[in-house]
Design a protein around this ligand. Structure first.
Ligand SMILES: N[C@@H](CCC(=O)N[C@@H](CS)C(=O)NCC(=O)O)C(=O)O
Ligand SMILES: [Fe+2]
Length: 327
């Protein structure tokens, strides 16, 4: 089986493989790696089974610089209880490998899971970044949740708002931003060396593509974004934000441009933009509202932070009645 993940040469690990995905079980000797700067980063995926979300740690070498993409905050919805188990597993990996985390990167304001971006930012002293389109998303959901003047919808909850085409660094790794709207208006792809973190655009070839029925979503726009991703250099490794695997396989973090162009059930082969938009609109009309949409958006537009406590010292989320979904 081919590895989805590249490791520093000197790192010694035990590895367990299951159906298309490799999971690092243990870093037996987290040595400091003094390799020359890399253009092909190491990418460590973490899969959150509760929300089918991948979080990634992207790093040049052990002891070097890193970015964390799309971290998850656990949320037990019936109890409205948050926890940091998923984020703490990421923190443990970062510490084991002596990584200096420079960035926490959100591909978009997620509607299906709460972000641990604020928690990890504060724990690691990293900068929290998202696309500039978050401002429009904040405006929309500020009105939906009736947030009032204490919530300012100008992106200030994040350390940096990325623009299309912007370049930045993660240690010695070159990183670049590609705006890939369609699922949401703020959706970005981060291209770090030869690894592209494509957010909710393409899913695995046998699953297809992201829904386009959220505010600011648009199927024709997503189709253009997918074309832009498929036009990246052909060796680019594509890392998914979610996988919704059929029962016959385990979760898959990574795909290739060739596999997507040939086999993606929504955009592969000869499918035209018009075919895609028709299919996407028909499918979206059948999809349920994501289970965690209401808590997720309230936390995620705040940069992955919970609302301030009320006068009684407790934090509350708001639930707008009869505003979303189909009647
Ligand atoms: N059942 C999941 C659905 C989550 C969902 O809607 N995921 C979005 C990405 S945020 C999507 O594009 N899903 C594609 C689909 O279900 O076809 C939930 O309730 O959380
Ligand atoms: Fe999403």
């Amino acid at each position: 089986m081919q590895s989805d993940i590249t490791f520093p040469i000197q790192a010694v690990r035990r590895i367990t493989a299951f159906a298309g995905m490799l999971v690092a079980m243990e870093a037996i000797s987290p040595e400091i790696d003094v390799m020359a700067p890399r253009t092909n980063p190491n990418v460590q995926p973490f899969f959150d089974k509760d929300t089918n979300t991948f979080t990634y740690v992207v790093y040049d070498h052990a002891g070097g610089a890193a970015a964390i993409v799309d971290p998850v905050l656990d949320f037990d919805a019936p109890a409205a209880r948050t926890a940091t188990r998923a984020a703490d597993a990421v923190l443990a990996f970062v510490r084991e490998h002596a990584l200096r985390v420079e960035w926490i990167l959100e591909t978009h304001a997620h509607a299906d899971h709460l972000s641990a971006g604020g928690y990890l930012r504060d724990a690691l002293g990293a900068r929290l970044g998202i696309g500039r389109g978050i401002v429009g998303v904040q405006r929309h959901f500020k009105a939906l949740f009736g947030l009032g003047d204490q919530f300012v919808a100008d992106g200030r909850q994040f350390d940096h708002l990325f623009d299309d085409g912007e370049r930045f660094g993660v240690g010695a790794l070159d990183a670049r931003v590609l705006a890939t709207p369609g699922h949401t208006a703020d959706s970005l792809t981060y291209v770090i060396g030869d690894a592209a973190f494509i957010g909710d655009t393409l899913f695995a070839p046998d699953v297809g593509t992201a829904r386009c029925d959220f505010p600011g979503g648009d199927a024709a726009t997503l189709h253009d974004s997918i074309r832009a991703i498929l036009a990246l250099p052909e060796h680019t490794r594509l890392f998914l934000c979610h996988d919704y695997p059929p029962g016959t396989r385990g979760p898959q973090a990574q795909t290739t441009i060739a596999a997507q162009a040939a086999d993606n059930i929504h955009v592969g082969g000869d499918a035209t933009a018009a075919d895609f938009a028709r299919m996407r609109q028909a499918r979206d009309a059948t999809l349920a509202v994501p289970r965690l949409l209401l808590p997720a958006l309230q936390v995620n537009i705040r940069g992955g932070r919970l609302p301030e406590a009320d006068a009684d010292g407790h934090r509350y989320l708001r639930i707008p009645l009869d505003r979303i979904g189909r009647g």
